[in-house]
Design a protein around this ligand. Structure first.
Ligand code: NAD
Ligand code: IPM
Ligand code: MN
Length: 355
């Protein structure tokens, strides 16, 4: 039977709470399959830094890289915590992993499931996917400041966009679009202001489009895209965009599709050279941490993306269906704990497995 080595990084805040439910679901869905999941847990994040001073050591990275995939909860302390000053957990750990493991595709689906209340009055059928570039843009950190702390301070953030980096993520987005029913790809950028990066993205999309004649391509400026996310989200099928726009748009996508507690993501290295990493879109939510208030659905749907990536498509479908069943049964009046939601999904899943 196949053995899958999984690195689990629970992280900070609600991370360990939602990951516990995700691991529960993973165990339930693979219990009867010809597959064994061997998990190794890595205690990384703000809590670990406060204890040891380490964020992500070479030894951590080497050990994590030995796995077939990574499941991550969320990392990052309370924004503004003075004890974390100078230790950027998000940059050192999360971006550290995304960059070291070359996660150039950051895949973030947005679906309004039947029964889920969207804050939009008539959103229509919403089922799109954002292909966010994952290793470039301002996230590279090639900025700098001069005359720091003076009234003449100049702070520059440099957004890095390489032809190589843009092409590979654009190509991936075309592949995703071609595999979907509507086959529609929207490039989102800000070509009217960001002329150098904008022109690169637009040219590469135009070039790659020639290889995908079945895919219809259009373009939106990012500000206009936010309008359509709210007024007409069903117009989208696949969106391809840069790292920063993709970050912002996917929190908005989460909000319109029923909440940040439902939004899953995959940090993917499509070449298979490095393990891909799956995590909810949300952060460590210090405001609700440790109280069993977090919705683990985003983490559980991230497990579905993980299974799909590993080729365990039946198991992925079963997780998706169990989540959809649970979402359809949710009511406004009953408030469940994090573990109760996880248990309910495991029960629905087990029923399906036995069927
Ligand atoms: P956040 O996503 O943690 O929280 C934003 C809001 O959403 C909060 O009100 C929170 O309670 C709510 N929320 C988030 N997840 C939820 C869930 N599963 N169920 C119910 N409500 C949920 O964003 P933030 O407050 O900007 O960031 C907090 C920390 O997390 C920061 O240190 C930030 O850098 C970090 N962060 C980490 C990741 C990651 O590890 N992938 C992602 C985003 C933010
Ligand atoms: C996300 C997060 C991260 C990002 C932060 C914590 C670095 O917001 O995964 O969406 O900006 O990518
Ligand atoms: Mn984000």
């Amino acid at each position: 039977s196949r053995t899958i080595k999984l690195a689990v990084i629970p992280g900070d805040g609600i991370g360990p709470e939602v990951v516990a439910e995700a691991v529960k679901v993973l165990g339930a869905v693979t219990a009867r399959d010809e597959v064994t999941i061997e998990t190794s847990t890595f205690q990384l994040g703000a809590a670990r830094f406060l204890e040891t001073g380490d964020v992500l050591t070479d030894a951590d990275l080497a050990a994590i890289s030995q796995n077939d995939a990574i499941l991550l909860g969320a990392v990052g302390g309370v924004p503004g915590d003075p004890r974390l000053k100078g230790a950027n957990i998000e940059r050192g750990l999360l971006l550290g992993l995304r960059f070291a493991l070359d996660h150039y595709v950051n895949l973030r689906p947005c679906t309004i499931y039947p029964g889920v209340t969207s804050p939009l009055t008539a959103p229509g059928v919403v089922d799109f996917v954002v292909v966010r570039e994952g290793t470039e843009g301002p996230y590279v950190g090639n900025g700098g400041a001069i005359r720091r702390g003076t009234p003449q301070e100049v702070a520059n953030e440099v957004s890095v966009n390489t032809a190589y980096g843009v092409e590979r993520v654009v190509r991936y987005a075309f592949e995703v679009a071609q595999g979907r029913e509507r086959k529609q790809l929207t490039l989102v950028h800000k070509t009217n202001v960001l002329v150098f990066a904008g022109s690169l993205w637009q040219r590469i999309v135009n070039q790659v489009a020639a290889d995908y004649p079945l895919v219809a391509v259009d373009y939106l400026h990012v500000d206009a895209a936010t309008i359509f996310f709210v007024t007409n989200p069903s117009r989208f099928d696949v969106i391809v965009t840069d790292n920063l726009f993709g970050d912002i748009l996917t929190d908005l996508a989460a909000a319109i599709s029923g909440g940040i507690g439902l939004a899953a993501s995959g940090n993917i290295n499509p070449t298979g050279r490095f393990p891909s990493m799956f995590e909810p879109v949300h952060g460590s939510a210090p405001d609700i941490a440790g109280q069993q208030l977090a919705d683990p659905t985003a983490a559980i749907l991230s497990v579905a993306l993980l299974l799909d990536h590993l080729g365990l498509t039946d198991a992925a479908t079963r997780v998706n269906e169990a989540v959809a069943d649970d979402l359809a049964r949710r009511t406004e009046t009953v408030r469940r704990s994090t573990a109760e939601v996880g248990d309910a999904i495991v029960t629905l899943l087990t029923d399906k497995v036995l069927k």
